[in-house]
Design a protein around this ligand. Structure first.
Ligand code: 5AD
Ligand code: SF4
Length: 477
């Protein structure tokens, strides 16, 4: 088994001995899982005595944590890499590329042959081996390409990094599961992130307690499909390099997702609990009750629709119909009248007819989403949909995309307008200076507001809403 301890120790000693500490810069593409992975990598590097650089232009180590869910994400990474190719001829630095993109078939060989200036290629399951890869490059100048999943007993979490390495001091994402078993026909995630495994309950709760102690007030529980939490547990040895201990992580306490929410709700110091993403097929009555009854659980659900057409949904392997989705959303709205439902929608899926698209618009009108991420279908090789020949012309897909947003945006604006003249407890997210703040209402609405008081991220204050736009509301404290 790999011993990450040695490499961490070796790199720390090296940093201690040198006059100028080496710096790193991590650029993150994609979802909140990647954001959290990057925070953990940053924690690891800080722990070894590296310092964070202001920008990639003056960093000694540049790490790209990539995404491949759509072609555009991948193109962005490749475009940015070519800028680094130029920089590599002007100054010396180590370039590491990891994350979902490198897990794709043929990507390692493409990077190895066409992007020879990349020093380290790593994957999603072996990011904890970054110290070893860095050491190999620093000491022997070799190039490293390793996307292996490694030892069965290695845990992907890095458990002993400082909890303070977060983008926001007052909120943190916490992985509760990895991978996905759903194999939606268009989606690359199950192929690059592997099978679904849940993190043991006690491990999750311990991390949240440590975060709360460190000043975190809001937790976002992360997983590709949090509703199926507890399906299969991650049973693994966790190596704690700081103490040399090796813990057997067997879940002593099983829990379903609603039960986990109850346990998180009891953690002192945590004020708000959010979660994403929910798959409509696994949304139980117990979860609706937990959302309704647990005071810290925010009244917001991100519930990807993908398409409103039952025919397309079957094609996508989503395992619910248009009617199933609508009745679930209505059930949520009935149980929790203040609930906000946001969604993901894809237009231009192969074979999508005008009638199918009309069904999507119909669901949008009936559910009145508070927000939506909208996408044009992007072919991902290796997925079942990639073999389809009945592609939708780009012009039609673009038109549908525009029609979809013209339906969605006025709904979102109206929902925000309904908040005018009402006052909401608002948690401060950012201070932008001159008494102007950004915060969030419990239902995740973004609020820009003024206050005469000096406020800090994590403070919750009442804000009266005066004006509303599509993506935010404004008010005063
Ligand atoms: N094309 C377009 N959108 C996609 N998504 C996932 N795969 C694709 C694809 N191939 C969208 C889905 C998912 C979100 C994270 O990304 O809507 O919910
Ligand atoms: Fe992709 Fe479907 Fe899994 Fe979401 S549930 S990550 S869309 S395969």
């Amino acid at each position: 088994m790999n011993q990450p301890t040695d490499y961490r120790y070796l790199l720390s000693s090296r940093n201690d001995a040198s006059k100028k500490k080496q710096s790193f810069y991590i650029k993150t593409y994609g979802c909140q899982m990647n954001e959290r992975d990057s925070e953990k990598m940053a924690g690891l590097l800080l722990q070894m005595g590296f310092v964070a650089a202001e920008s990639q232009d003056d960093a000694d180590i540049v790490i790209y944590n990539t995404c491949c869910v759509r072609e555009s994400a991948e193109d962005k990474v490749l475009g940015h890499l070519s800028i680094l190719r130029r920089q590599k001829t002007e100054r010396k630095f180590i370039l590491a590329v990891g994350g979902c993109m490198t897990q794709q078939k043929d990507m390692v060989s493409l990077l190895e042959t066409k992007h020879k200036y990349v020093d380290i290629i790593f994957g999603t399951a072996n990011r904890h081996r970054l110290p070893e890869f860095l050491w190999r490059v620093i000491e022997s100048g070799e190039r490293v390409a390793d996307i292996s999943e490694g030892d069965e007993n290695e845990f992907p979490e890095i458990t002993d990094i400082p909890v303070t390495t977060r983008e926001f001091a007052h909120k943190a994402g916490v992985n509760i599961m990895y991978g996905c078993n759903n194999f939606c026909s268009y989606c690359i995630v199950p192929y690059v992130r592997g099978r679904e495994k849940s993190r043991p309950v006690l491990d999750v709760i311990e991390e949240i307690k440590a975060l709360a102690k460190d000043g975190v007030k809001e937790i976002m529980l992360l997983g590709q499909n949090v509703n199926s939490y507890g399906g299969e547990w991650w049973e693994a040895d966790v190596h704690i390099p700081a103490t040399g201990e090796c813990h057997k992580y067997k879940p002593e306490k099983n829990a379903t997702f609603p039960e986990l929410l109850k346990l998180v709700n009891e953690v002192q110091g945590i004020e708000r609990i959010r979660f994403m993403t929910s798959h409509p097929k696994d949304f139980s009555d117990e979860l609706i009750a937990a959302l309704r009854d647990l005071p810290k659980v925010c009244k917001h659900v991100h519930l990807p629709l993908q398409s409103g057409s039952t025919r397309v949904l079957a094609d996508m392997n989503r395992n619910y119909t248009k009617d199933d989705y609508i009745s679930l959303a209505l059930q949520l709205q009935e149980a929790i009248p203040e609930i906000a439902i946001s969604t993901d929608i894809i237009v231009g899926y192969p074979g999508e007819t005008e009638e199918d698209f009309a069904d999507t618009l119909d669901v949008v009108k009936r559910i009145q989403f508070s927000g939506a991420f909208t996408f044009i279908y992007s072919k991902r090789s290796g997925t079942p949909a990639a073999d389809r020949t009945d592609l939708i012309p780009r012009k039609t897909a673009n038109e549908r995309f525009d029609r979809l947003t013209s339906e969605l945006y006025p709904i979102m604006t109206r929902k925000n307008e309904a908040k005018i003249n009402h006052t909401f407890p608002t948690m401060v997210e950012e201070t932008t200076g001159y008494g102007i703040y950004k915060g969030r209402i419990n239902d995740h609405t973004l609020v820009h507001f003024r206050s005469k008081q000096e406020l800090s991220p994590g403070d919750t204050v009442p804000v009266q809403i005066n004006t509303a736009k599509t993506f935010y509301v404004s008010g005063t404290h």
